[in-house]
Design a protein around this ligand. Structure first.
Ligand code: CAA
Length: 258
């Protein structure tokens, strides 16, 4: 795997970790970090030796937003011409389960990056928010769409229009995060969750994620048809035969991830 300047990448068995690593800017998401995260995520997505990906930051910050200094003097034409945040769309297209392990600040683009992940585990010290209106802009990496879908319009509207910060406990209560854990247990817990997922059948994980993604995009009838297609499609996989045989034989399955 290539060398990176703004992230660190680690592998533990079938779990891959992407550590955001720009401590001098509280992991602000500049163009280079975006390119590096997206390139690595695509490599890991294509690697059948990886079953789950964890994205995390530091104790102080998951990420304090898009890099304000990088955008401050840009014009509308420039932002559009360089497709400033476009690569993040590819991160959201990763087919494998992605877990955000969030400690400290997850503001603006940082909160939006977490919302692109399938599961958000938050340390009790985590702080979420979309403060963009206070900078004269709006969330631009999916926040207006994904927060509304995650917590419903009235809550999302209050968070986005006031720009206020949301603590971990409230974030869990309103459904912004999957679960809150003690800060000193965050990485261990994220590792356990990821390893548990990665041990499951990869074709089944991909199919589950694709079907759930569809739930956010398409009408119910279409979503149910897609689910049926993916469900029945798994019956030609080695893992389906192994998983169901293991159940009957009262043993743990040995998946080949195909
Ligand atoms: N962009 C660029 N640099 C940032 C940054 C960001 N989003 N957030 C923090 N930094 C930098 C600071 O400028 C500072 O650098 P210097 O030491 O060179 O001045 C360094 O990180 C440490 O930050 P602070 O000194 O501000 O640390 P603090 O503990 O006093 O405050 C904070 C922490 C409350 C998170 C504060 O840094 C902050 O408010 N950051 C910006 C949060 C924000 O507005 N995010 C939204 C960005 S816009 C966006 O994300 C658009 C979008 O939707 C895509």
């Amino acid at each position: 795997m290539t060398e990176h300047e703004t992230i660190r990448v680690e592998r533990q068995d079938r779990v891959a970790w992407i550590h955001l690593d720009r401590p001098e800017a509280l992991n602000a998401l500049n163009a280079q970090l975006m390119r590096e995260v997206v390139a690595v995520a695509k490599e890991l997505d294509a690697d059948d030796g990886v079953g789950a990906i964890v994205v995390t930051g530091s104790e102080r910050a998951f990420a304090a937003g898009a890099d304000i200094k990088e955008m401050a003097t840009k014009s509308t034409a420039e932002m559009r011409a360089d497709g400033h945040f476009d690569a993040w769309l590819e991160f959201a297209d990763v087919e494998k389960p992605v877990i955000a392990a969030v400690s400290g600040y997850a503001l603006g683009g940082g909160c939006e990056l977490a919302l692109m992940c399938d599961i958000i585990l938050a340390a009790d010290t985590a702080t979420f928010g979309l403060p963009e209106v206070g900078l004269g802009v709006i969330p631009g990496i999916g926040g207006t769409q994904r927060l509304v879908r995650a917590v419903g319009y009235p809550k999302a509207a209050e968070i986005i229009l006031t720009g206020r910060r949301v603590g971990a406990e409230e974030a869990e209560r309103i459904g912004l995060v999957s679960r809150v854990v003690a800060a000193d247990a965050l990485l261990e817990e994220a590792g356990k969750v990821a390893a548990g997922i990665a041990a499951k059948s990869l074709p089944a994980l991909r199919a589950a994620k694709a079907a759930m993604d569809a739930a956010l995009e398409v009408p119910l009838t279409e979503g149910l048809a897609l689910e049926a297609e993916r469900f029945t499609g798994l019956f030609d996989t080695a893992d389906q035969k192994e998983g169901m045989a293991a159940f009957s034989e009262k043993r743990e399955p040995r998946f080949q991830h195909r």
